[in-house]
Design a protein around this ligand. Structure first.
Ligand code: URA
Length: 233
């Protein structure tokens, strides 16, 4: 059982404040009866809920795009630092987790979901989902390094990366596309060619691109089209 306003907000009918307003105005029916009480408890699986003549189905699977700020850990728990889930309000106990990791000091696109199957698919090394990062770095990105990235650069531990692409915006700034997600991968790849990453922001994941209207720390639900794009990634 859960509160009616929470259930509607979770199902994408507006913010908690907006759905409270709908409820108070008498737009919401539960099992055929107008309910004007926003803390009315509903069984989200069984009750028939109608809002402005539309039947509401409870959103079991949640897909969120977060613009991650610096300082947050990509995990579901940390006993020291704030975690990315601290930024997502109203979804406690819904089993949300971040799809993969961005370093604590990294920024940008992080998907948050409770769809384990999709996350597994997106993170599977077999699937080679492209990720694009914008970065700033210290040092000189030498001409040979483009080829090294294309051919698979060797990290300090001997690991040979999958082919990647570097596009310079200007010296000290560029875009890198990688299709795997090893620990500190971009930072270590740049180190392998003598550069040090000073700023890192993920701007796309598969076919999903960071919504630039999201300020750091803000998030929104993925559209159905975006969820489909992920399924196809
Ligand atoms: N590569 C990194 O070095 N850090 C990230 O957070 C993501 C990719």
């Amino acid at each position: 059982m859960m509160r009616l306003d929470k259930m509607l907000a979770h199902s994408g009918y507006g913010t908690r404040k907006e759905v409270k307003e709908f409820i108070r105005k008498g737009f919401v029916l539960v099992n055929g009866e107008v309910i004007k009480d926003d803390d009315f408890k509903v069984d989200e699986e069984k009750d028939e809920i109608v809002i402005a003549d539309q039947s509401v189905s409870y959103e079991k699977l949640i897909y969120i795009m977060l613009n991650k700020p610096d300082g947050y850990i990509s995990a579901t728990y940390d006993n020291h630092d704030p975690i990315v889930l601290d930024l997502i309000e109203g979804y406690e106990n819904r089993g949300l987790f971040p799809v993969g990791r961005l370093d604590k000091d990294a920024h940008g696109l992080l998907l948050i979901t409770n769809d384990g199957k999709l996350a597994h698919k997106l993170l599977s090394p077999k699937n080679h989902v492209d990720k694009v990062y914008y970065l700033k770095y210290d040092g000189t990105f030498m001409p040979y390094a483009y080829k090294a990235f294309e051919q698979g650069v060797f990290l300090e531990d001997g690991y040979k990366c999958l082919p990647a692409k570097f596009e310079m915006i200007k010296e000290g700034e560029g875009l890198i596309t990688i299709s795997e997600g090893k620990y500190h991968q971009v930072k270590r790849m740049m180190e392998a060619v003598g550069c040090e990453v000073t700023y890192l922001k993920r701007i796309s994941f598969g076919k999903i691109t960071l919504d630039e209207s999201l300020n750091e720390g803000d998030y929104r639900h993925l559209s159905l089209a975006e969820i489909q794009m992920l399924e196809e990634s």
